[in-house]
Design a protein around this ligand. Structure first.
Ligand code: XIL
Length: 408
């Protein structure tokens, strides 16, 4: 069974989503920015053509006039997108990446199950294809992820757990893995998500109760960061998690960060996944998340941004999953409305990001609406979370972000 069955992710997101989504209700959200981000479009496209767009999502500026996202936000932050090597051969992804992105991340092929399916076996072939593509196009690569409970092959934990040497054995496997992988990618990645999703979703519990935690308590986080630092002193080391836009989850994560910093663990940045939706969270929660890291003198990266069009209730993330919003179809009034609210949320977020100096990188967890993990999470249902549609055309979300004068 794949380590990525939706049920695992459901377990991971259940409590958070219950908290977050019930807290936010179905409120208006997506208040929309006023375009005060301070950047200017590099496009020669006339503002009047954008401004004259009707609020119908079917009338949008000519895609040929679209400025590159990476140019729009040059000097502010890198614009990243998650990609799989196979998709580089397919024109929608490749064309968008080459024009708009100056950073990429592997959606899956740099996770432990992909790199090292069994002990001592390392397969870098697929990941190296992304490195080659990035180097050919002058892009940065974010490394994702050295340790993640949902991609922890059994070989790490093999052996007699009651043996006095068991902990040392597992620790050595972890350190060897991290050393080998960081050494391989040394000079080729700018940042590593060293540990991913280690904070708990449950109130009264700080750490995720993963196999790593069951064996080592919180020490495994320290082992992972120290091994990464030793292998590649120049790469920036991140703790990455979802739900930082939820104040309770944020508090748990920052508690972990402070505990580690107090021990001298070399955490340099916080990765905020930001798997959000058109109606949640309000901008203030995003600001609070970024401020929390900034106040500890850490760098911020938005690492996995996507904006689901569905404002599901918390029960949708439960087991069993119930109450998920029914799929909406392109062309329907509902769909058009969702896309407008989504565009407001994109504008609001990018205005907020561009106004800050502590956020160095904003990565979307995909490229265009033709491919997104949200098509199967939290339920099987077509989603449209990006700035480019299923054919690769810029959506109103895109125009809302690049052009302050664009009327959504
Ligand atoms: C997801 C990928 O997008 C899917 O293709 C895969 O099946 C499961 O993992 N948080 C993370 C990412 O840190 O690694 C996850 O990526 C999405 C949630």
């Amino acid at each position: 069974m794949s380590p990525f069955t939706p049920s695992r992710r459901v377990v991971g997101l259940t409590a958070l989503s219950t908290l977050v989504l019930t807290a936010c209700g179905g409120g208006g959200g997506g208040g929309g920015g006023t375009g005060g981000g301070g950047w200017s479009s590099s496009s020669s496209r006339s503002t009047s053509s954008a401004s004259s767009s009707s609020s119908s999502s079917s009338v949008l500026p000519d895609p040929a006039t679209a400025p590159a996202l990476k140019t729009t936000f040059a000097g502010k932050f890198k614009v990243g997108m998650a990609i799989e090597p196979a998709r580089l051969n397919e024109s929608i992804s490749r064309t968008i990446l080459e024009k708009h992105a100056n950073s990429i991340v592997a959606e899956n092929v740099m996770k432990p199950h992909a790199i090292s399916p069994s002990e001592g076996v390392y397969n870098f072939t697929e990941a190296d294809k992304l490195i080659t593509f990035a180097q050919a196009n002058g892009m940065e690569v974010r490394g994702h992820a050295l340790l993640w409970h949902a991609s922890a092959p059994d070989w790490f934990f093999a052996g007699d757990a009651t043996s006095p040497t068991y902990k040392d054995t597992v620790r050595k496997r972890l350190e060897d893995y991290i050393t080998t992988v960081c050494t391989h990618f040394k000079g080729k990645v700018v940042a590593w998500d060293v540990v991913n999703e280690v904070a708990s979703d449950n109130s009264g519990e700080t750490y995720r109760n993963s196999r790593w935690y069951q064996i080592f308590g919180n020490d495994y986080i320290e082992y992972a960061f120290r091994a990464a630092k030793l292998a590649d002193p120049d790469v920036k080391l991140f703790i990455n998690d979802y739900g930082t836009e939820d104040p309770l989850k944020l508090a748990r994560l920052m508690n972990i960060v402070q505990t580690m910093l107090d021990r001298g663990v070399p955490i340099e940045g916080v990765g905020h996944q930001f798997h959000i939706n058109s109606y949640w969270p309000p901008a203030g929660n995003v600001t609070a998340a970024l401020d929390a890291a900034k106040n500890k003198r850490l760098i911020n990266h938005a690492t996995e941004l996507d904006i689901s069009i569905y404002n599901d209730p918390g029960s949708c993330y439960g087991t069993p999953s119930t109450g998920c919003i029914a799929q909406v179809n392109p062309g329907s009034a509902q769909y058009n409305n969702h896309l407008r609210v989504q565009a407001s949320k994109y504008r609001e977020l990018f205005n907020l990001f561009a106004a800050r100096t502590d956020i160095e990188s904003v990565t979307m967890w995909g490229v265009a609406d033709d491919h997104t993990w949200l098509d199967s999470f939290p339920v099987a249902r077509k989603n449209y979370p990006f700035m480019f549609d299923t054919t690769g055309r810029p959506k109103n979300s895109f125009w809302a972000v690049v052009d302050p004068a664009f009327v959504i």
